[in-house]
Design a protein around this ligand. Sequence first.
Ligand code: UDP
Length: 450
Amino acid sequence: MGRRLVLFPVPFQGHINPMIQLANLLHSKGFTIIIIHTKFNSPDQSKYPDFTFHIIPDGLAEEHDDEASTSDITLFLKQLNFNCFVPFRECLANLLSNVENEDPISCLITDTNWYFTQDIADGFKLPRIAFRTCSICCFLAYQLLPLFREKGYLQKQDSQLEVRLTEFPPLKVKDIPFMKSRDHRVVDKFIRQMIEKTKAASGLIFNSSKELEENELIKIGQHICIPTFVLGPLHKYFPASSSSLLKQDRTAISWLDKQAPKSVIFVSFGSIAEMDEAQLSEVAWGIANSKQPFLWVIRPGLLQNSQELVRLPNGFLEAEDGRGYIVKWAPQQEVLAHPAVGAFWTHSGWNSTLESICEGVPMICSPFFGDQMVNSRFVNDVWKIGVQLEKGLARGEIEMVIRRLMSEKEGEEIRATAMSLKEKINSSLEEHGGSSNQSLESFIDYIVSL
Ligand code: UDP
């Protein structure tokens, strides 16, 4: 029976966190964990004394070394898929040849965005399990991209943006996920390869829960015919804080301790999203004009082309009048669990969305790209646990939505729905009968049988 597993995370915060959480979970079930990772954004090995790490050269220029994000994600990932092919194959070959006194390696678990790893796994006759760290609903939308293209939706003409897609309700044309890139042919090819190589894998894991995405899971089964396991929300087993690439500022918690229950809006747009100065100004004035207390994460790089501290608009500090607190990076999971937090204004990244759902915190959604558009629509229209800003970043709408959520009857209803979804999603992890727990048991049986 093979008990060693090789995991390979995509080197972005939103992908590293769930992969490390999965590694911890499988380790707690008796597996030996080997992590192969790139030099770029490499995890802090000292936090995982039980894992073995192998670093591979990623061919990136030195100036990328301290970056936690990049402005053309698809091109960047495509480049990494190309650059890592040979070093990854050599690293794996070494691991597979050094079997003396070691259990055999039973499978490779790699992010679906590492499409190149499927051919390498096939070459070594080693099963590969693909791990999709984003939502099932978004993966389904990617499956339907050829259909959307055929229908002419991908041109996203202004007159069509608000039209609902009959092929995938409740998405609107403007919600069709696109990946950040200067060149759309690169995006198309990237998604095609990602899907093709996922279909060729021996299994597929989602960090989600049946309680949340059962319908989408059934629909995915019509496109992908490999064993599929829904194991999330993984951050409930092991928190994301240990795999944080940036230092989390804990003064955020002591500041929250002094605030009234459910009064604070937590504002954070994840590790990759960027905005220009005009958008940053809309965000600032939207929050200030709402007159609500806020905790705002302004990470280095949130303002395009700026790794330095951001200069806030003139008059903003006087206008917010001490109601707010700004940090560069927060202990987000703990913040969302704090009794003072009343709403989460998020970019709708999948980890952020799951973390918010698990704490029953209603959301204000400002999606920027990719899966965020689909997650946001589901939060607004399907789960009904938040409100999407439909006009992008505009101070008037921001102020109005904050008021609707924090002080009107509609907000109370959304909060009640969020609380009941929290109970449901958390029950999926229960040891006896929880859907994710059952799926985990099936997954373990499956990889042991490979
Ligand atoms: N995060 C954090 N501190 C912050 C903001 C975000 O620790 O101040 C974590 C958050 O808890 C989540 C991850 O960073 O686990 C962001 O992942 P997500 O999928 O939401 O967005 P991405 O960064 O991939 O766009």
